[in-house]
Structure formats: structure tokens, C-alpha cells
Ligand binder design. Structure first.
Ligand code: ATP
Length: 598
């Protein structure tokens, strides 16, 4: 290992301490299978690239071959006439022109192949990420997925555009040169291979350490940037608490961790590059020295030696190309594994035949946790009959939102079941669940597009009268009607800037259109001004009318109005009953009510 000589890798590994990703990372076998499929899909383009590349390499061999013939002729005492110098020069010029043409073709086709593979990869990945089950994304958070879509795709873009085509070119190039060497002077081909063990040993040593070291170096740099950015962002707090010195020490520690990885990767390169140079020198000197000996013994001609030496010299370029891009490919492999990992998540399918026969929602002995081994809900059983209003109350972190998401079918329970009209939600296709149950939370995103597009998301077949009716139901027909382009008005970033209250109305209008009979309401701890909030509550009340509502109540007056209140404490339902019954029972809810009311 590297501890035996040179610099040992730093003991602190920032790559290892990055927050654990919750989306899976593809196993090596899966990544290899994906690459094989990708190559197979583009086999025609690969074959064309190999063909034009071979033609370019073959044309490049004409020069050494012609020079070898001249040297051979001279050594046999031929005169200028016999050497046909004019014809040789013309042939050389033609070969050069052909080579130039095909090299251009190689570049063009290489770039096109790279772009096509990249487009395929992007498409594969994006299609799959859009189809991820909502629970998976909720659990993993969008950060991990976003970093895969941005950083990992960027890293792969470089590999696809350059590394894959260049590696294919390098391998074909080196192979053809070695083949030509074997045909011209078989003993010289063997001699050229003398350098191989040196090269392979050096590369093996380097590539075993380099990928993880570069990852750690990159993570170390990210940690430096994060520490500095945080210090600047939190400037006032740092000042107020006199944290300056502590922040400087933290930055210094991060910088020293990063530079120790920089030093380590530099050390790796200081071993690799000389190894490559030594192998190159070894190839050429072995061919020249041993080739000279072979000529003296008469085993090969001096012309063969000339051609052989030139071909051996030409080998340096493709070998350099292979090593350079192999390095790049190692880094890309890590990103590819992260992308392929997303493809491994089972898409949300569900049992198409499963349909609810009723509107009652039931949770039965439900246990659920976000991480293996730690449950957030510990055996919750509750019944939400159609048309009732249930309020979930309890301390922060008790599991109210989690229970709400299970009742809305976003997550499936670890054990136990949640059913709607007797049908298990976890086995129902997401599309069908959405027709019956909706989760309403505080996020009211307005997508870039027309107001109509934003509303149609909820029900693609709705006509304009229905859209206007939905807007009227949430009190939004006034401002929407005043827009110059009506439903065609562009909203979202770049278009009309809608106020937070209007965004909430658009979200509620979508809900009216989707018309689910059951709503799980993760109550908005509204950041709106009181007038807008009152306005919105009126609209919301109209939307809720006649539906089953499970409200996660952050304000107790929501609970007061509910038919049934469930007190959630430590992942269990500790009390269940109407407001009056629970106040009379004088338990946890009564205490909460008194403290809030008092
Ligand atoms: N996406 C998530 N990933 C991991 N843990 C989570 C996630 N969401 C919630 N938790 C954890 O589950 C527990 C219950 O959280 P939950 O949000 O359901 O509680 P809550 O009663 O709704 O709290 P609050 O009133 O503060 O929203 C908490 O310990 C919380 O940290």
C-alpha cells in the first residue's frame, strides 16, 4: 500500500463524511450492464467511428512505410531514379490529405456519438425520476436528486462527449499500430511490449488510489467553500456572538484537510507521469537498441527497423490518450452509478385492478419509520368515516404529518395497512389514489406556463367553464377575470408575478378540479397577512365542504371545530374523541386546550 513509500492518504475523508444519500447508488454489475446496453444501442455509430478511425490510422502509417522503403533502398545502394522519389512524395501527400480528412471525420463522429449517448442518458434518467414513487422522493428529499441531475450529469457529460469516443479511438489506434509493427517486423512488436509490465504496474498502482482520492479532494474543496460561504452568510450572527475566531479556525481546518488531499493527489501524479514517460522512452530505446542488434544479425532489414521505430514512436500518442481518458472515466463511473441507482428504484405501478369500494379511510396497526430500525409511528389504528372531520393534534415531532402522509397514500406503512373503501392504498396506483385522496400542504407552486396549464394539471380534460367555476369557488375569478389574456395569461417565473395568496388560490382551484372526496390538510401556518389569510380560509372552507377532512392542526381552533380529535404523542394515538368529550376527560388534550385558551 502507499504507506510503504511516499505520502499516505489523509486519515480524514470528506467524501466519506458527506451526508448519507437516501436514493440508492447502482452496483458495479448494474452499471456495467447499463453501459453495455448504451453501447449496443449505438453500435452503428461506434462501428462507423472505429472504421473512420482505422482509415485515419492506416493513412498515418503510409509515411513510416515509405520512409522505411527509402532507407532500405539506400542501404542497398539504389540511386534516386530507382527510389522514385517524386512518386513517393506524391503518395505521401495523398496519404496526408486522406489522414486529415478522416481525422476530421473521427472528431465529428466522436462528438456526435458522445452527444447522442448523453441525450439518451439524460432522457433515461429524467423519465425515471419523474416516475419515482412520491414516498421515495419525500423521504430522500429533493437535494440528492437535484445534485444527481445537475452535478452528476455534468460530470458525465464530459465523459460522454470526450472520454468514451477518445478511449475507443485510442484503443483502435494502439491496436492497429501494434498490428502494423507485427506485420512489418514481428520481433520489434515483441520488443515494444517490453514496456508493458512497467506501464501496467504504474497504472494499477495509480488507478487503485486515484478515483477515491479525487473524490475526497473534491469533497474537501466543497467543505472549504461551504464553511466560507456560511461564515459570510451568517456574518451578523458571527459578529454578535463573537464567533470570528472560531469560524477562522474552522476554515483553516477545512483548508488544511483539503490541501492534504491535494498534496496526496499531486503525489499520485508525480508517480504516474514519470512512469508513463519511462515506458515511452523504454519502448523507443528498446526498439532502437534491440532492433539495431537484430539488423546486425540480419534478422530484419534496416528499412524494417526505420518503419518499426517510427511506428513505435507513434504508439506514444494513443497510449497517452488511453491513460488520460481512462482517468476521466473513473470519475464518471461514480456519477453513473449514482444515476443508475435511481433507475433501480421500482417505478410506481400498483395493482390496476384494485379500486376502493367506499370512502372510509382506515389505518390498522400501522408502523412506519423513515430509517430502518427507528419507527416514527408505533402501531396506530384509526377510522375516518366518510364525511367526518378529524383533527390530529399533539406536540411537535409526534408524528402527525407522518400519519397524514400515510393516510394520503404518499407512504406505505412498514407493517399494518391503510385502506380506502377496503382497498389497500399501498397497492393502488398513485393516479387512482389521487382521484380519491389529496394531500394539501403549504407548498403552492405555480408552474411556468399559462394559468390554464396550471389548472389543467389537476384534470386534463376540463373545459374553460369548469376552470372558471373552479376559480370562482376559491374567490379567484375576480383577479383572474381582470387579466388581459384571461386563462392564457403566462404565470410563474418570467410571466405574471402572482402574490402568495393568489398562488394558494390557484392550488385550491386545482383541488376543486381534481375533486377528491378525502383531503389530508397539513395546515398552513400561514405567512400571509391576516386579511389575506381570512380571505383564504373562507375559500378553503368552501373547498372542504362535504368532504372527509383529516387536518393536521397546528392551531387548536381547527381541532375545536372537528368531529373527532386524535391526540398523537410519541407516534401513538393517546386520546380520541370529540372536543367536549376530551375536555371532560381532562387528559392531554384538555391540558393543551386550557393552556391555549387560558
Ligand atoms: N422526511 C423525513 N425524513 C426523516 N425523518 C422525518 C421526515 N419527516 C419527519 N421525520 C421525523 O419523524 C418524526 C415525526 O415527524 P412529523 O413531521 O410527522 O411530526 P409532527 O407531529 O407533524 O411535527 P410538527 O408538528 O413539528 O410538524 C420526527 O422525529 C421527524 O424528525
Amino acid at each position: 500500500m502507499s504507506r510503504r513509500f511516499g505520502i499516505a492518504p489523509p486519515s480524514y475523508d470528506p467524501a466519506g463524511s458527506e451526508s448519507a444519500t437516501t436514493l440508492p447508488v447502482g452496483a458495479s454489475a448494474t452499471v456495467r450492464a447499463y453501459v453495455r446496453r448504451l453501447v449496443r444501442r449505438h453500435r452503428g455509430a461506434f462501428a462507423a467511428l472505429v472504421t473512420v478511425n482505422s482509415l485515419a490510422v492506416l493513412a498515418s502509417m503510409v509515411g513510416p512505410y515509405l520512409l522505411g522503403r527509402i532507407v532500405e533502398g539506400l542501404s542497398e545502394g539504389a540511386d534516386a531514379g530507382e527510389l522514385q522519389l517524386g512518386r513517393t512524395i506524391a503518395l505521401f501527400a495523398v496519404a496526408l490529405a486522406v489522414q486529415t480528412y478522416f481525422i476530421r471525420q473521427v472528431r465529428l463522429r466522436g462528438a456526435m456519438l458522445g452527444e447522442r449517448m448523453l441525450a439518451d442518458l439524460r432522457e433515461d434518467f429524467l423519465v425515471r425520476s419523474v416516475g419515482l414513487p412520491p414516498g421515495v422522493l419525500e423521504r430522500a428529499g429533493t437535494g440528492d436528486l437535484l445534485s444527481r441531475i445537475t452535478t452528476d450529469i455534468d460530470r458525465l457529460a464530459n465523459a460522454m462527449r470526450e472520454a468514451v469516443p477518445q478511449l475507443a479511438i485510442g484503443v483502435v489506434w494502439a491496436g492497429l499500430l501494434l498490428g502494423a509493427l507485427a506485420v512489418t517486423a514481428p520481433p520489434l512488436a515483441l520488443v515494444a511490449l517490453i514496456a508493458l509490465p512497467v506501464l501496467l504496474t504504474g497504472c494499477r498502482w495509480y488507478y487503485r488510489r486515484a478515483p477515491s482520492a479525487y473524490r475526497s479532494e473534491a469533497a474537501g474543496y466543497a467543505a472549504v467553500a461551504a464553511a466560507l460561504a456560511e461564515t459570510v452568510d451568517a456574518g451578523r450572527t458571527v459578529e454578535a456572538h463573537r464567533l470570528g475566531e472560531r469560524r477562522v479556525r474552522l476554515s483553516e481546518r477545512r483548508i488544511s484537510e483539503w490541501t492534504s488531499w491535494e498534496r496526496y493527489t499531486l503525489w499520485l501524479r508525480t508517480v504516474l507521469f514519470p512512469t508513463i514517460n519511462v515506458s515511452n522512452a523504454l519502448i523507443l530505446s528498446a526498439v532502437l537498441i534491440l532492433g539495431g542488434v537484430f539488423v546486425l544479425h540480419g534478422w530484419i532489414g534496416v528499412g524494417q527497423l526505420t518503419t518499426g521505430a517510427l511506428l513505435a514512436q507513434m504508439l506514444i500518442d494513443p497510449v497517452g490518450l488511453i491513460l488520460r481518458w481512462y482517468d476521466e472515466l473513473q470519475v464518471a463511473q461514480v456519477s453513473l452509478a449514482r444515476l443508475v441507482g435511481v433507475r433501480e428504484i421500482e417505478p410506481d405501478s400498483g395493482d390496476g385492478a384494485l379500486a376502493p369500494s367506499g370512502r372510509d379511510v382506515r389505518a390498522d396497526e400501522v408502523r412506519f419509520g423513515y430509517h430502518a430500525g427507528t419507527d416514527v409511528l408505533h402501531g396506530v389504528t384509526m377510522n375516518v368515516p366518510s364525511g367526518t372531520r378529524v383533527a390530529l393534534v399533539g406536540p411537535s415531532g409526534a408524528g402527525k404529518s407522518t400519519l397524514g402522509r400515510l393516510l394520503a397514500g404518499i407512504y406505505g406503512p412498514r407493517t399494518g395497512e391503510v385502506t380506502l373503501g377496503g382497498a389497500e392504498l399501498a397497492r393502488m396506483p398513485a393516479e387512482r389514489i389521487r382521484q380519491h385522496v389529496a394531500l394539501v400542504n403549504q407548498e403552492h407552486h405555480v408552474f411556468v406556463g399559462s394559468l390554464r396549464d396550471n389548472l389543467l394539471l389537476a384534470r386534463t380534460d376540463a373545459g374553460d367553464p369548469e376552470l372558471w367555476a373552479a376559480l370562482a369557488a376559491v374567490d379567484a375569478d375576480g383577479w383572474a377575470g381582470a387579466l388581459a389574456d384571461g386563462l392564457d395569461s403566462e404565470v410563474g417565473s418570467g410571466g405574471l408575478v402572482v402574490t402568495p395568496a393568489q398562488a394558494q388560490q390557484i392550488a385550491l382551484a386545482r383541488l376543486v378540479l381534481a375533486d377528491p372526496h378525502t383531503l389530508v390538510l397539513d395546515e398552513a401556518t400561514s405567512l400571509l397577512d391576516p386579511r389575506a389569510a381570512r380571505h383564504l380560509e373562507r375559500s378553503l372552507a368552501r373547498v372542504l365542504e362535504g368532504r372527509t377532512v383529516v387536518a393536521i392542526a397546528h392551531r387548536l381552533h381547527t381541532a375545536h371545530d372537528a368531529d373527532v380529535i386524535a391526540v398523537v404523542e410519541g407516534g401513538r394515538i393517546s386520546e380520541l374523541g370529540s372536543h367536549d368529550a376530551l375536555v371532560a376527560a381532562d387528559g392531554a388534550y384538555a391540558a393543551l386546550w386550557r393552556s391555549w385558551h387560558g
